[in-house]
Design a protein around this ligand. Sequence first.
Ligand SMILES: C[S@@+](CC[C@H](N)C(=O)[O-])C[C@H]1O[C@@H](n2cnc3c(N)ncnc32)[C@H](O)[C@@H]1O
Length: 221
Amino acid sequence: MRRCSETFEAEMTPAEQEFLQSLIRDRNFTGPHLEIGTAAGGTLCHMMTCFKDQTRPKFVVVDRMTYFPHQQETVQENLRRHGLDPRTVEFRTQTSAQAFRDAQQSKDQFDFMLIDASHKILAVMADLRWTRLLSVGGLCCFHDYSPRFPGVKLSIDRFLSQHDNYEIVDVVDTLLALRKTGVCSSGEVSLLDSAYSLAMYVPLEVDRKLAKWRNSKKKVA
Ligand SMILES: C[S@@+](CC[C@H](N)C(=O)[O-])C[C@H]1O[C@@H](n2cnc3c(N)ncnc32)[C@H](O)[C@@H]1O
């Protein structure tokens, strides 16, 4: 069982939560805000409470809601505990990949994004496509941007090396904030990027499983 399913807490450090809230408050965007991967909704509540009910922009959550049993009900209960009405959140209970296809077709645009779903390289590279739907001047935050999560780190470093229309705002603990400074002429994730993530997937999974095995051996010893 995931700890947050009982504590309702955000899966972020206090410094990351503070940073996220300061970004949201300072920019005070009026366009839609998106969270991809919400767990128990702890961070969602922190983000939404940056606004008064009357002025809060639309919040969209994409999550397949299989992180723990009754995940969506837990998120809704968490919102209520924070004085937030769950009916004001647009839940897209889908995989990020399916939700992206739908959002692209509907020509959705977001002023603020928090991407924190699967940390595997194939998924992170695919999630980077969401930045295509970010308004110019908008912010995109990525959680677990750290060598501990090579799938996240490698994908984003590659992305940044190829796109000069994104600038780093700051990194606090493992929360990275990027600002989109202009439209991307060639599309955010190319076929080569997808091929790179496919090629890296197996070696990274082998590394991850070996590290897990070594840790379990250490615990037994
Ligand atoms: C690390 S947790 C998110 C933590 C949350 N942002 C917070 O700060 O508390 C990852 C979440 O992503 C969701 N998720 C993982 N892979 C996904 C996918 N491919 N599509 C949609 N949601 C996914 C899981 O269900 C889970 O709720």
